[in-house]
Design a protein around this ligand. Structure first.
Ligand SMILES: NC(=O)c1ccc[n+]([C@@H]2O[C@H](COP(=O)([O-])OP(=O)(O)OC[C@H]3O[C@@H](n4cnc5c(N)ncnc54)[C@H](OP(=O)(O)O)[C@@H]3O)[C@@H](O)[C@H]2O)c1
Length: 245
């Protein structure tokens, strides 16, 4: 059975992505920084008829919790087929480049950038043991430097010194990692679920969480013949949803 780990899966986009992968027959670890919330999420999905789920405590800013989670998966599964780096925070708004405190910017980067790197590095040995590992880094259109330079882009004024830049950095890391893994079956992509109604934005986003999760899940279940080193956005108007970096 294929095994997946989704960070920040106790609610919202991560939770609905877990539902889809479990429905596809994956064994899904619901990554959660608060185990009680993760267990509640598992109970909810099991009440909906899904069975192959387990809560796994993992705070992406806490190295000890990442290592403990990695050891648990290694002992129980010996490999990991899919890693969805979904956990993310926005930080408080507004985020002026002139005045937003560096400590607040660091906090956002600790989760959205360094957290992803630390989780990825910890789980890569297990992804290499899978037949064709997949890494889906959940990013944002707000991380696109090209779109942010285009005044006609609808989100052009949505400039954030911490959140958007942390996703730009995540995108850059995705490119570097995909390049390093180019001769392996592992696929690495940056996936933007689109502006989605979740707690993240006080449910302001126009997209439904189920639809955005389906977009993320689509790139989590690709095989060794799937794309790698790409940036796909649910909001992109292109034919294959490819988004400019
Ligand atoms: N919603 C949108 O419009 C949108 C658009 C583009 C991209 N995204 C990206 O999509 C991803 C999910 O967003 P969402 O809308 O589902 O957000 P959300 O409703 O705020 O959920 C975020 C999840 O991440 C978890 N989390 C936060 N910090 C964590 C940490 N240090 N360690 C482990 N888990 C942590 C949260 O756990 P707790 O429940 O414990 O807080 C929660 O489970 C994020 O990466 C976000 O940047 C969202």
């Amino acid at each position: 059975m294929k095994t997946a780990l989704i960070t920040g899966a106790n609610k919202s986009i991560g939770f609905e992505t877990a539902r889809i992968l479990a429905g596809h027959g994956y064994f899904v670890y619901i990554g959660c920084r608060d185990l009680a919330k993760g267990q509640q999420a598992v109970e909810q999905l099991k009440a909906d008829g899904l069975t192959t789920l387990e809560a796994l405590q993992i705070d992406v800013t806490d190295k000890a919790s990442i290592e403990a989670a990695q050891q648990y998966v290694e002992q129980n599964n010996g490999k990991l087929d899919v890693l969805v780096n979904n956990a993310g925070i926005s930080g408080s708004l507004p985020q002026s480049a002139e005045t937003f405190e560096v400590s607040a910017i660091r906090e956002v980067y600790d989760t959205n950038f360094f957290g992803v790197i630390e989780v990825t590095q910890a789980f890569l040995p297990l992804l290499k043991k899978a037949e064709a590992g997949v890494i889906a880094n959940v990013t944002s259109g707000l991380g696109s430097l090209t779109l942010h330079s285009d005044p006609s882009w609808p989100y052009y004024p949505y400039k954030t010194a911490a959140y958007g830049t942390s996703k730009s950095a995540l995108n850059a890391y995705t490119i570097v990692l995909a390049y390093e893994l180019r001769d392996t079956p592992i696929r690495v992509n940056a996936i933007d679920p689109g502006y989605t109604a979740t707690d993240f934005n006080n449910h302001q986003g126009p997209l439904k969480v189920e639809d955005s999760a389906a977009f993320v899940a689509k790139y989590a279940v690709i095989g060794a013949d799937g794309p790698t080193g790409k940036f796909f956005s649910h909001d992109a108007q292109t034919e294959n949803n490819e988004c400019p970096w």
